[in-house]
Design a binder for this molecule. Sequence first.
Ligand SMILES: CC(C)(COP(=O)(O)OP(=O)(O)OC[C@H]1O[C@@H](n2cnc3c(N)ncnc32)[C@H](O)[C@@H]1OP(=O)(O)O)[C@@H](O)C(=O)NCCC(=O)NCCS
Length: 180
Amino acid sequence: MHNLAKSIPAPNRRVAHPTLVVETIPTFRRAQLLDVLQICALVNGYASEKLMLPRTTEEVALELDNYVVTSDTDGRVLACAAIYEYSPSVAELASVAVDETMIGNGLGTQAVLAAERLAIGRGFEELFAMSLAGAFFESLGYAETPLAGYPEKLARYGMLVASGVEIVPKRCYTKTLVVV
Ligand SMILES: CC(C)(COP(=O)(O)OP(=O)(O)OC[C@H]1O[C@@H](n2cnc3c(N)ncnc32)[C@H](O)[C@@H]1OP(=O)(O)O)[C@@H](O)C(=O)NCCC(=O)NCCS
């Protein structure tokens, strides 16, 4: 039988290549001063929906070293997360937020993982987070725990409420950090 494919010179033969799909994992970096206003806008947008606590630009600027962000090529912050020291071995994971247009693409997961790497690098052994998004934190290995285990956090809530900040009761989640 005549083999047509073999009779066509190799350079002219059309070969079907499988499509190569490259999924890029977003790079999270430490936040810079230029990011402060955008971090505040991102966090305070959700704070206005009572999903998270509001942050002032002064607070974010002072704690900038504790924030991780990812941004697009124009420098627009797409997601952020922060760690706040609670004790020498425990930190609070806070301000985990993803731009509304990017939700559901894994950025939240990557933000938490970047914050965990930062926490491990600082020697923390445990993170806890206050959230209404329980399934999100559980998907990342966090387990619900009583807030009573963090009395200083309870006291801070008390102070915020006393100063007029409306706080929606959230659940508390914790994770023991493992160095891999
Ligand atoms: C919560 C938030 C950070 C998740 O970011 P995201 O990029 O959409 O999350 P991911 O794509 O990484 O989702 C990971 C998993 O968590 C789940 N998840 C995401 N958002 C969730 C939410 N609000 N509630 C419950 N589960 C959620 C997803 O379904 C996904 O599960 P799957 O892997 O089984 O599909 C984002 O929705 C957000 O910014 N929300 C508003 C602020 C907020 O609530 N922050 C959290 C606590 S302070």
